[in-house]
Each structure stands twice: as C-alpha cells, then as structure tokens.
Design a protein around this ligand. Sequence first.
Ligand code: GDG
Length: 508
Amino acid sequence: MNRLMVVSNRLPFALDSAGEDLWTVTPATGGLVSAVEPVLRERGGTWIGWPGVVGEIPQEPLAEATRDAGYKVVPVALSETERDEFYYGYSNEVIWPLFHDLQNFCNFEPAYWQAYKQVNERYADAIVRCSQPDDFIWVHDYHLMYVAQALRERGLSQKVSRLTFFLHIPFPPYDIFAKLPQQQRLLRALLQFDLLGFQTRRDVRNFLQCVRRVMSGAKILSRREPQLIRFEDREIRVGHFPIGIDFDSFESGAKSDTVEQRAQRLRVTFPGCQLILGSDRLDYSKGIPERLRAFRTALERHPELRGRVVLIQIVVPSRVEIPKYHEFKERIDRLVGDINGRFSTSTWLPVQYHFRGLDREDLLAHYRGCDIAFVTPLKDGMNLVAKEYCASRIEEDGVLILSQFAGAAEQLRPDALLVNPYDIEQMADAILKAFRMSDAERSARMKRMRGVVRNENVFWWVDSFLKAGAKVSAQSVQVSNRLARGKRAIKRGAAAPHSKMQARKKDW
Ligand code: GDG
C-alpha cells in the first residue's frame, strides 16, 4: 500500500501558550479528527496541518505532543493575519456559512480570497517538501480546496499518482453557490484533484450541477456514480463516501464500568424523567436555538411532558473569536434562561445546559444514559453525534430524532425520526412521539440503525475512499496513454480521441 499523507487545516491537537516557555497540548475535537485520527494511528503515514499557534512553532512541545502518535506530523505555520483572513475569514465567514445554505452569515470580504490562496500554497509547499513518488495524498475539507491547483503549479502532480480530496461539509446547490464571488476559480481549483469525495448523493448532485452551470469547458461523462468529469485533458472521479465512526471503540467504551456507573448516576439524578440529549460544537449550523424553541413548544403544547423530560444540552466552545459565534452563544443562554424560568418547579429543571466539552467517558455516559438523542442541524455534512449515539446504545434502545438535512439522514432515514429543523412544531411533536414510543419499536429501530453504523464504519469509509483513489491512478495512466495515442491518431487522420472517450462511458 502506498504511503498515506493526510493534509488538513488543523492537526489533531492544538498547542497553547501557557506563559513563557510553557505550552499546553489539547486534543482537537470535531468530526474530522474523530474520524481520521484512529485510521492514521493504525496504519501510519504523515499528517500535515496547523498546530493552532500563530507565528513560530515551538519545536520541543511539538515533538513532545507527537512522540507517541504512530505517524509523522508536519506542522504548517500561520501568521496572525493569515489566521484571521484565511481561517476565520474565507474559510469560516465565507465557505462555512455559504456551504450550509446560510448566505446571510457570509462576509464576502475581497481580501480573504488572496489569503486563502496564499495559505493553500503554503500547504502545497509542505506537501512538496515531504512527499515521495506514489504517495497517496488525501486533502481534507473546505479550508484547502485550492491545494491541488497550487501543487500542479509546482509540478508535483508528475510525482504523485493520487491527488485526492474529501469535503466534510455539504456542497450547496447552484442557486446558493452562485453567490460566491470566486465560484469559477474555486471549481477550477477543485477540478485539479483526481478524486473528489463528498458525504452524500445530495452533495455530489449539487457539485455536478454547479460544474455544469459554471464550467463550460467541463464534460460530465457518466450519469451514475462514480461520476467522471473530463476537464482540460484530465479525468476526475466524483463519488459519495459517507463518513463513519470507529463503531467498536464506542461500543466497547460504552460497556466499560466507569461509563456504566456515570450513566447510572446521570439517570438517578433525574428520577422519573426521560433524558433528551443535544451535543454540538457552538455553531449556528447545528440548529441549537431552533431545538430549544422546539423543546419549549413541546412543553407548551404537551403538558404530559412537564416534569417528565429533561433536555441535557452540551455546547462545546468553538470559534469563539468570531463575533457571530459570540452573539450566537448569548442567544442560546437567553433561550435556556427563558425555558427554565417559565417551566421549572422546585423539583424539576427542564434544561440542563453545559457550555464546555466533556471528556470521552462522560460523553459516552451521556450517550448511554439519555433515552432520546435530539440531533437537529440546519444542515450538516454528516453529523457523527447521531452515529456515536447509536453505537453507544449497547442495550439496543433509545430514539434518534434527526434533521432531514444532516448527511446521516441518507443512511438512517427509515429508523430515525426525521424532522425539518426549521419546523418548530414538527420537532415539538417528534419529542412527544419519541417520548411515547414503545420499547419494542425503539429496539427494532435502534437495532437496524446500529447495523448500518457498524457496517459502514470509519474503516469502511477509508477503504472505499482509498479504493476509489487507487482506481484513479490506473485511470489517469490509461487516460494519459489514450490522449497520447489520440494525438498521434489525429496526426495520422484516424478517429479523434473524443469519440473514444465517449465510447468508454458505458464502462462506468
Ligand atoms: C464536520 C462536519 C461531519 C461533541 N461533543 C463533545 C465531543 N464531540 C465530538 C463528537 C463528534 C464531533 O465532536 C462532532 O462531529 P460532527 O460530525 O457532529 O460535527 P463537526 O465537528 O461539525 O464535523 C460534519 C464531520 O466533519 C466528519 O466528516 O460529520 O458534518 O461539519 O465526534 O463526539 N467530543 C468530546 N467532548 C464533547 O463534549 N470529547
């Protein structure tokens, strides 16, 4: 197997200055790290990314933090301005909101694009420095969509056989994407990869629609997946690869004595109540205010729920330096205060709100201890919390209320209670339905969901992506040979390469 090189904006940990020459190392939270770290740890390779400090990277703490990682870590340095304009700016004030269909949250500041390109070039330089021929280069996520273009400008594509990309967040439909000032430049950059992976069929469909509308020189060669696009004498494969979780580690973690005890403690704290869990990074795409409003409506409309349900809402601090995130937190605080002020009694507080991350065992204890998971992002690439909840339900019970706009809905559709996260009343009714659901129905639904999450786990995800990537390289060789033959054929007046390409369509 070729060497695997993972490239992502952040490394799986962050270094923080704790005073002169003192550094702390904090493991990163978030979906990408949860999914990719166990894979690299198991098979080895290289991880290129930013360790979260601006300016010079302290070498000793970095070496200390990565000594037992099981893979090589290559840091990329960012200046304060680059962090502000590339990371907070283009990545998180333009692409993140736009790709989650939240265009009103976008700040299309023109200077951001230059910073985005510049930092992507820095990542490309790091790849050039440490890659070897035949490396499998796997670039992740929306921060680094320009990397392949920068690599091609540096001539690296001659050296590596697989230049691949996976987008963890959704890809928006054309009407939304068209708002992006750099729409054509961004699509051109994405088409410099050999394989483009998305979370769901929906995202593939949206991407192809944008390519069709924006890139007049691109031809979509096949109707079924894996889709094949021809662009400037190259062929690019496009497919959907729903990300999974390390099912066994969640299942065995949930079985541990410590988790069992903590889950038990959680349950006895709220006697006679069904526990509803919400757990998200602080992000406006996760639908937290809408969820709280739905909970409030459920208590208003369905008095039988009063005193018999508790919503445990965990909000993990994230991107708090961005002003929108700060305002957003205040909105959540106010809603929690309002619900508790209106409905609490001397023995019952309807919302338990934690603004902090939990350690892994506590998180598992919450998954095990809560009867209902309430996962209602406005839009989400996948949403791993939904899958982690299922994996941790070792008694095969529990109800999952899931947004129809989470990528996970494509896989868990029949058995999760699907809701529109903008429809407050529908979500309120889903709470009642979950609350009343019989044990037999809970168990039948959860068994099926666990089957899907177990089979389509993170290792299956990596395998299917790497397999598709392996085909890319074979395919690229065939294409370049064919193009070379085609050029000779044209000189001799034989069939044009274009018609040969079309004849191949049915192979896909
Ligand atoms: C992006 C996409 C896609 C949550 N609370 C705590 C905690 N977490 C962990 C969960 C989970 C991760 O954070 C969150 O993953 P999500 O998938 O829900 O969301 P994003 O961070 O937005 O991830 C997303 C994902 O990439 C993967 O492709 O699914 O759509 O947006 O793993 O367990 N972890 C700890 N304490 C907490 O309190 N330790």
